[in-house]
Design a protein around this ligand. Structure first.
Ligand SMILES: Nc1ncnc2c1ncn2[C@@H]1O[C@H](COP(=O)(O)OP(=O)(O)OP(=O)(O)O)[C@@H](O)[C@H]1O
Ligand SMILES: [Mg+2]
Length: 299
């Protein structure tokens, strides 16, 4: 029997889909039962169709037995609310200058709005998420970052992963806002990349994946063709000292280096503007973005 051109194309399409599924099998086997910490921020958070895809990818991970933990930023939404309230947004070395009124807005927007929106989207996609910030279950104890004139910008002092373990062991997807308190209860605004890195290290994650709005680490940050596909800890430190990495990329590279030094096997800085960037990074051989490893010889 002759096969029509349309039938042939449908068969080809189906075959390539099955091919992709079967290629994913070794990765699913390798990572099943492992924890992957995903920092969700940048462009993938602004565009609603990209947002849906990121959420689907997270639910997908959870369905195939991988334990995702989501840590989110929300810079643009904080800026927009600061604007509505007539408060000027200011940055120093990629960190938000956080005075007391700004801290209130950061906490309200991140914990009250952005976090709950992600939780709702995960539920709509069929997953089961629990939103929290560093204060919940004593997850994160904060301390001041200490830089002059930066206000309530915090560092991670300690992490207690019990609440996260309880949730992931029971099939929930934790969604964490990067706000935490010190021992007096004073809230601090901590960079979400830093929080993701510290959580990944404390829980012994397999991977740390930072979704952002650039292709990865670029030699020249204005030229997307200068992507650095792979760096080790030593080279990553040099990228900061030589000034190749600046602004919002500094806390990213720092947290990758710290988490790798504490045993996380690989950290990835990935372009969240690419649809399904998470699945591409985890389940295929195509390396997108920059992969940071402990040493060039370890993997
Ligand atoms: N060498 C570099 N390569 C790539 N990007 C760089 C480099 N140096 C500085 N950058 C800047 O870092 C930015 C990414 O950090 P940024 O904090 O803006 O995003 P994010 O962390 O994904 O979002 P959010 O902070 O809202 O969660 C890039 O858009 C780019 O402007
Ligand atoms: Mg940032």
């Amino acid at each position: 029997m002759m096969v029509s051109e349309t039938e042939y194309m449908i068969t080809q399409d189906a075959a390539s889909r099955v091919q992709v599924l079967s290629e994913a099998l070794p990765y699913i086997q390798q990572f099943s039962g492992r924890t992957i910490v995903v920092k969700y921020g940048g462009a993938a958070m602004k565009d609603s169709s990209l947002k849906d895809k990121v959420i689907c990818d997270i639910v997908f991970l959870s369905c195939v037995g991988i334990r995702p933990i989501v840590v989110h930023g929300g810079g643009p939404e904080i800026n927009s609310w600061l604007g509505k309230l007539g408060i000027e947004a200011q940055f120093k070395n990629g960190l938000r200058v956080t005075d007391a009124p700004t801290m209130d807005v950061v906490e309200m927007v991140l914990v009250g709005r952005v976090n709950k929106e992600i939780v709702t989207l995960i539920s709509k996609a069929g997953g089961s998420a629990v939103g929290m910030c560093g204060k919940d279950g004593n997850l994160i104890r904060a301390r001041p970052q200490g830089e002059e004139g930066i206000g309530f910008v915090g560092e991670v002092c300690s992490v207690d992963t019990k609440i996260l373990e309880t949730l992931v062991n029971n099939g929930y997807i934790p969604v964490v806002s990067s706000v935490a308190a010190d021992e007096t209860g004073q809230p601090y605004n901590i960079n979400a990349d830093t929080v993701a890195g510290e959580i990944a290290a404390a829980i012994g994650a397999e991977k740390l994946i930072l979704l952002t709005d650039t292709r990865g680490i670029l030699k020249d940050y204005k030229d997307a063709s200068t992507l650095i596909p792979r760096v080790d800890i030593q080279e990553a430190r040099e990228l900061i000292t030589t000034g190749v990495v600046s602004g919002g990329m500094i806390p990213k590279v720092n947290c990758c280096v710290r988490s790798l030094a504490q045993g996380v096997r690989a950290a990835h800085i990935v372009d969240g503007r690419i649809p399904h960037a998470l699945l591409l990074e985890i389940f295929t051989d195509i390396g997108i973005g920059t992969m940071l490893v402990g040493s060039q010889f370890t993997i």
